[in-house]
Design a protein around this ligand. Structure first.
Ligand SMILES: C[S@@+](CC[C@H](N)C(=O)[O-])C[C@H]1O[C@@H](n2cnc3c(N)ncnc32)[C@H](O)[C@@H]1O
Length: 402
């Protein structure tokens, strides 16, 4: 096994003030899961391709007289293969174990965590950041119909009044899911955004940024710290992640983010042109075919002329991407409760952007890769990414200037 195949230890995670405190066995489980995920990606995963090439594809050709025409045909054929069934069952179980470990850890200290978060979320505080909840919000069906990536209760489920457990669970377990690939604060995407904009528009300081689908703020906090004078509004439909996210941001010294409970499909509380930058990070694939265009349309409306809309997403399935790779990347859609994942990859996102109003010549794609946390990774750790389903490596980064 190569050194970079070993995940960093859970002790590398930054335990900020409202981070749930893990005990010995919980740490051991996360260490196991991080390395199990690495092992599945680097050692076991490639055998899926061998099973495909040596057994599944020849059988398909023999039966059908042709090669598979799309990723769905490959999935149906692979679902009968014993190795793929074995690998798939392990991977699903790893997702479930990650959620169970995180939830057990959080729920046993829920009162302490709630108190810690409340001290930062006090509405009477003189601080310029705020938490604004809306108890009348309707959670969209695409969020409530399934437990997204096996999180019991999705992002919005509440166990107790004023709950923060969904946020705390998300925060403490993501390191294991990504095997540390996005850093000690799981903010490699946000750091990459800061690097990207500094190169793209040196000296630009946006007045206002809207972050859509913020969850606990992993990727907006680096922007808030990089642009302390910028007013940032971060929205989400789910109260537990907002309560946790606001407290987490403040515990990390970011005081310029308003965490607002709102549905991105309706941004009518903000005027046309209010923001200089509308950002989504790993968000669009968790919406729906009808919601996504509405969200882009609203984002366009609230964006000022000359402003930036930018999306960091899972890698797109281009025509150049082999069908086998499309199939393996689709695993999450069918086995990890990510119902929109596969269909989003079939959408022409450039068309959605131009239909919202962006000029075709103002659309762009960028190369954005997670900033590797050198504190926890040896210098070569960002090389040799293989089958990681795009979680921690290069993203589909695209957007437009208005
Ligand atoms: C995968 S997470 C996004 C991760 C986050 N942007 C980050 O950088 O870590 C998706 C989030 O979008 C939120 N969400 C889903 N649909 C939404 C909508 N229509 N409006 C606002 N938030 C939504 C969910 O509650 C969830 O917290």
């Amino acid at each position: 096994m190569k050194r970079e195949d070993i995940a960093p230890p859970y002790s590398a995670v930054t335990q900020h003030e409202i981070f749930p405190k893990p005990q010995h066995d919980e740490i051991a489980r996360f260490n196991f899961l991080a390395n199990f995920n690495r092992f599945m990606a680097t050692a076991l995963g490639p055998a899926n391709k061998r099973a495909y090439d040596s057994r599944v594809l020849p059988k398909f050709i023999q039966e059908m007289g042709r090669k598979p025409e799309n990723r769905f045909e490959i999935r149906h054929a692979m679902n009968d293969d014993p190795w793929h069934q074995f690998w798939s069952a392990l991977k699903r179980n790893s997702m479930e174990m990650r959620q169970q470990n995180g939830r057990a850890l959080v729920l046993r200290q829920i009162e302490r965590l709630k108190d810690a978060a409340s001290s930062y979320n006090d509405p009477n505080s003189a601080n310029s950041s705020h938490l604004e909840l809306d108890e009348n919000i309707t959670i969209p069906r695409y969020q409530s119909a399934v437990d997204i990536h096996c999180m019991p209760g999705s992002y919005h489920g509440e166990e107790v009044e004023g709950d923060i457990s969904a946020g705390a669970n998300y925060d403490c377990g993501i390191f294991a899911t990504t095997a540390g690939g996005i850093g000690a604060l799981s903010d490699g995407g946000g750091q990459a955004l800061v690097e990207w904009i500094r190169k793209e528009r040196p000296g630009w300081a946006p007045r206002r940024i809207l972050d859509v689908g913020v969850t606990v703020g992993h990727n907006i906090v680096p922007l808030a710290l990089a642009f302390p004078e910028t007013e940032i509004i971060a929205i989400d439909v789910a109260a537990p992640v907002l309560r946790y996210g606001h407290a987490r941001a403040r515990a990390l010294g970011a005081d310029n983010i308003r965490f607002v409970q709102a549905n991105a499909e309706d941004l009518s509380r903000w005027d046309d042109g209010y923001f200089d930058w509308v950002q989504t990070t790993m968000f669009l694939h968790e919406t729906s075919g009808s919601a996504l265009p509405r969200i882009i349309n609203e984002g366009y409306r609230v964006l000022a002329n000359g402003g930036l809309m930018f999306h960091l997403e899972q890698p797109a399935y281009t025509d150049a991407m082999p069908l086998y790779e499309q199939f393996i990347r689709d695993w999450d859609a069918f086995n990890n409760n990510e119902p929109f994942w596969s269909s989003m990859h079939s959408l022409d996102l450039n068309k959605v952007m131009t239909e919202a109003g962006f000029a075709p010549e103002n659309l762009f794609e960028a190369h954005v890769k997670a900033v590797v946390d050198r504190e926890i990774f040896p210098a070569t750790a960002d090389e040799g990414e293989t089958e990681d389903h795009g979680r921690a490596a290069a993203w589909h980064a695209f957007g437009a200037w208005k």
